[in-house]
Design a protein around this ligand. Structure first.
Ligand code: ADP
Ligand code: MG
Length: 379
């Protein structure tokens, strides 16, 4: 067990690291952020910060030796440099989990090999005939780069000749996966925590609505049958054990009309669709992550009230012809007694950039969604 008072090292310095640092600090830990750029969301709220490239083995080694346990909040950290620091400190989840999950091709092959029903896909190597591969899988489909995708970046839906040409133009030089476009009933995510001592807890399933491939709303409890909930939890449990994750694992799912669950992707870290836990769950996902990587008993995951989380993108600021001309209308959230505002302290709002989120609680998930939409419209 890594006791409170010790130092937790975190690779990555974005908003997930920031909210993790808040939770860790509340439990009496010191947080040391390792992140190439200075003054990011996590660094500015943590006790210690190192700004060096992820590939700087000397700096990584010094960092590893100075902390008591190590985790990450960001998937696009090169896994190879982490091999050499393994002897100095425990990394949770292990770098081989990171390696599997940071590349869509590896992740999907791992899911397929272990019978965890990924969305049907094919792979193309850089320079292969992408157009032929797309025609073979059939339209509509989604082309995704194997590496470095997030928030809908590095992917394109192909539904006609124009989007096919665009995909070929943008992605021919990269390794890609091509998936069938799934006309799902809804999207779900399951967040599961597994402690270094083997204890496992599953947060209630969230129902997610994406807009332009970016998460817009998370609704909890998800408006699905108990049978689907049980299936999602069973799947999550099997995946976290098979992947041997210590820490948090988020599993994004598509629920089809036939009631089948397809795995969209995995994320071995706190997840955007788990932000609701900060305001409406006994234990937040960030605190649970601290507990899991430090080997503390895991916290209770009961929902306190039906809740909806809404992402706040840079789009909420006032823009005129691409120029930033004013703040968002924060009063729209702050005036609501059942709403909570969270901002990540990012210096520069940009269209499509996640700047914060808010949550609203209500008597039912539908009422919370209605209230959330009303607030969002005024923001
Ligand atoms: P990211 O890493 O950007 O989250 P995802 O693969 O999760 O990438 O895609 C983002 C969103 O785009 C999904 O949550 C979903 O709404 C939509 N999407 C992605 N792939 C598909 C697909 N095969 N069929 C239908 N929608 C998809
Ligand atoms: Mg996703």
């Amino acid at each position: 067990m890594i006791h409170p008072g010790k130092t937790i090292g975190v690779l990555g310095g974005g908003q997930l690291g920031r909210m993790f640092a808040h939770a860790a600090e509340r439990l009496g830990y010191r947080v040391h952020i390792y992140e190439p750029e200075a003054n990011g969301p996590a660094g500015e709220v943590s006790a210690l910060e190192t700004n060096k490239p992820y590939t700087d083995i000397e700096a990584l080694t010094a960092f590893a030796k100075s902390v008591d346990v190590l985790t990450y909040e960001f998937e696009n950290i090169p896994a190879e440099p982490l091999w050499s620091i393994e002897k100095y400190v425990q990394l949770h989840p292990h770098w081989n989990v990171l390696e599997t999950c940071q590349n869509r091709m590896r992740e999907k092959n791992w899911l397929r090999k272990n019978d965890f029903s990924p969305v049907p896909f094919t792979e193309v190597e850089a320079g292969d005939d992408l157009a032929a591969a797309i025609r073979k899988i059939g339209l509509p489909c989604v082309v995704k780069t194997a590496d470095f995708g997030y928030d809908g970046k590095g992917q394109i839906k192909v539904s006609d000749d124009a989007t096919l040409s665009k995909a070929v133009e943008s992605f021919t030089k990269q390794r890609c996966v091509i998936e069938k476009f799934i006309d799902f009933k809804c999207e779900l995510s399951v967040l599961v925590a597994r402690s270094s001592n083997g204890e496992v807890k599953i947060f209630p399933v969230a129902e997610n609505i994406h807009t332009k491939h970016i998460l817009d709303f998370s609704i909890v409890p998800a408006r699905i049958s108990d049978a689907v909930k049980a299936d999602a939890e069973k799947l999550a449990l099997a995946i976290v054990e098979k992947l041997n994750v210590v820490g948090l694992l988020a599993i994004e799912l598509f629920l089809t009309d036939r009631g089948e669950l397809l795995v969209n992707e995995l994320a071995p870290r706190p997840h955007n669709s788990g932000h609701w836990t900060l305001d409406a769950c006994v234990t937040s996902q960030f605190e649970q992550h601290v507990r899991a990587v430090c080997g503390l008993p895991l916290g209770d995951v009961s929902v306190v009230a039906p809740v909806v989380m809404v992402n706040i993108l840079g789009d909420a600021w006032k823009w005129d012809n691409g120029a930033l001309v004013g703040d968002a209308n924060w009063s729209a959230v702050l005036a609501e007694p059942h709403a909570k505002l969270h901002l990540y302290g990012k210096k520069e709002p940009r269209i499509g950039r996640k700047m914060g989120h808010f949550t609203v609680t209500a008597k039912t998930p539908d009422a919370a969604l209605e209230a959330a939409r009303a607030i969002k419209a005024k923001l």
